[in-house]
Design a protein around this ligand. Structure first.
Ligand SMILES: Cc1cc2nc3c(=O)[nH]c(=O)nc-3n(C[C@H](O)[C@H](O)[C@H](O)COP(=O)(O)O)c2cc1C
Length: 340
């Protein structure tokens, strides 16, 4: 895919699924694309894992044609190894390669990968240049606003990305030091967008379609990434694109039953009963956020011992919610940790 095609896809639908380790697996990416998301990206994939042809690593990159455009996100500290991994990912079928310069996790940062590279701009340039030279599909990057409050430098990274021919820069509006605390700084994202020649995607704390559209309008960003928001409301992308394109807001048609049955069948086809049960517990718990009785439902579903029981509990809980509105829980802590 050429950069202009990727940017064309972004213009048509600027709502991008944020990479989330352990969540944005092949099934979830397919599901979110079908539910209205414009572009999807794998979770972070280790360039070293690719080098060693680790089966587990390769599995993370699995995709279906319906996901396109889909990107493979890589992390690593050595430019040549990341470049070889990028070439492999391109040949594997990725429409674009995304670099993870945002991961705050000590295990990753200690080796100089993830957000650690933000402290060393010549290394940023070297990484971009080496990887760019190895591939012919577009290269993108996902960063934090900076390492810490006193060294915010997303604007400088965006300039280097532009100079080195990247296609976009996605900014999670927190510093590495912040982890997941505080609020994403959308004023800073807007500032960087205003100064940058390269397309900018904003990211952080988008919990509703209305917020997604407001962030796009207020910042002038070329796209927004939504992560945790789609775990609370899996229809957030569909609602956002409808709102963005000024289609009459669709009546609220949340088909929880269809969704849960589909997830059950998809997980079961790809894994086994035990993993399917765990996944259903996890997703159904997230989806219950902001609905009445969510905490009792979570307790009950986590105690269930068999897949059939788990599915029945979820179906029965959500069947009672057909006309209930989800409360705004944006002030509550939700999944306060991840790899970007
Ligand atoms: C469980 C979890 C896993 C994550 N894994 C990744 C990852 O693999 N790569 C990445 O760039 N960001 C990762 N992130 C960060 C998200 O992409 C996103 O930047 C962050 O959650 C803020 O956006 P949100 O408020 O819309 O969730 C992860 C976040 C969470 C919660």
């Amino acid at each position: 895919m050429a950069p202009s095609d990727l940017l064309g896809a972004l213009r048509a639908n600027p709502f991008v699924l944020a990479p989330m380790a352990g969540i944005t697996d092949p099934s979830f990416r397919t599901l979110m694309r079908r539910l209205g998301c414009g572009v999807v990206i794998t979770e972070l994939v280790s360039a070293h894992g690719i080098e060693f042809k680790s089966e587990k690593t390769i599995r993370l990159m699995g995709f279906e044609e319906s996901q396109r455009p889909f990107g493979i996100q890589l992390f690593g500290e050595t430019p040549e190894i990341v470049a070889r991994a990028a070439k492999f990912a391109e040949e594997f079928g990725a429409d674009f390669i995304d670099l993870n310069f945002g991961c705050p996790v000590p295990k990753v940062v200690k080796k100089g990968a993830g957000s650690a590279i933000l402290r060393d701009l010549p290394r940023v340039a070297e990484m971009f240049r080496t990887v760019r030279a190895a591939i012919s599909v577009p290269l993108t990057v996902k960063i934090r606003t900076g390492w810490d409050e006193s060294s915010r430098n997303a604007d400088a990274v965006a300039q280097i990305a532009y100079d080195e021919g990247l296609t976009w820069v996605a900014i999670h509006g927190r510093t590495r030091a912040q982890g997941y605390s505080g609020d994403a700084d959308w004023n800073y994202i807007a500032e960087v967008k205003a100064k940058s020649s390269i397309p900018i995607l904003g990211n952080g704390d988008i919990n509703s379609a209305a917020t997604a559209v407001r962030r796009l309008r207020e910042t002038g960003c070329d796209g927004v990434m939504i992560g945790r928001g789609c775990l609370k409301n899996p229809w957030i992308f569909r609602e956002a694109i409808e709102l963005w394109t000024n289609q009459a807001a669709a009546s609220r048609t949340y088909d929880f039953e269809g969704l849960l049955r589909e997830m059950h069948d998809t997980f079961l086809a790809r894994t086994d009963e035990k993993i399917t049960m765990l996944q259903l517990k996890k997703f159904a718990s997230w989806y219950s956020t902001g609905y009445p009785g969510a905490s009792n439902f979570r307790k009950a579903i986590f105690q269930s011992q068999a897949l059939g029981e788990t599915l029945d509990l979820a179906l029965s809980y959500f069947s009672d919610l057909k006309s209930v509105l989800q409360a705004d829980t944006s002030h509550e802590a939700f999944l306060m940790g991840g790899h970007g």
